[in-house]
Design a protein. Structure first.
Length: 189
């Protein structure tokens, strides 16, 4: 994807897949470091990404290694968004491991750097991940989000996801409680 530029500044993100991210060892290392920085900063700021405390570099590297290996096997998709050669977002889905659920996948993470919010990065990443899921034969793509993450829930609804369940007060962050919202996108013809 060739991003559009205005006065030498990229206006649209370049969306790379797992193969493109791991084709050069240097790019792969920079990706892991940048992904850690984004995830740790977002969690530090209170983002609902599944961690209460910012993840360590090793934890993020291990997670990304797992996702890349699964992507090579056709059991995942990983996407990264770059603006002006700087990682500004990432997301991935993984197939369910149980044999009876193999046609289904869960959109596990979608993270956009705080300074890149409102620029369409989340939409571009999610759209690419949905396209990857269709191509991989995924029938139903699911996700869950914290109930107060209204921007993400609005984005998912706008892309066709529907809510199929909610656990009130399920997520505990310190003294605060949030709903856990379950959404799905049916990709069957």
């Amino acid at each position: 994807m060739n991003p559009a530029t205005t006065s030498g500044v990229t206006t649209e993100p370049a969306i790379l897949d797992a193969v493109e991210l791991t084709c050069e060892p240097e790019l792969e290392v920079r990706f892991a470091e940048s992904a850690h920085r984004i995830l740790a900063d977002l969690v530090r700021g209170g983002a609902a990404l599944g961690w209460v405390e910012p993840p360590s570099r090793d934890e993020v590297a291990e997670l990304l290694g797992h996702v890349v290996a699964a992507a090579r096997d056709g059991d995942a998709a990983l996407r990264a968004a770059y603006l002006d050669r700087r990682l500004v977002g990432l997301g991935y889905w993984l197939r369910y491991a149980r044999p009876t659920h193999r046609p289904h996948a869960d959109l596990e993470k979608l993270a956009v750097a705080a300074d890149a919010h409102g620029r369409g990065i989340g939409r571009a990443l999610t759209a690419a991940l949905i396209a990857d899921a269709r191509e991989a034969g995924v029938e139903v793509l699911t996700l869950d989000a914290r109930g107060d993450n209204t921007h993400a829930l609005c984005l998912y609804r706008s892309l066709g996801f529907t809510e199929y369940g909610r656990l009130p007060g399920f997520v505990a962050v310190g003294e605060h409680r949030y709903d856990k919202v379950f959404c799905m996108l049916d990709l069957r013809p």
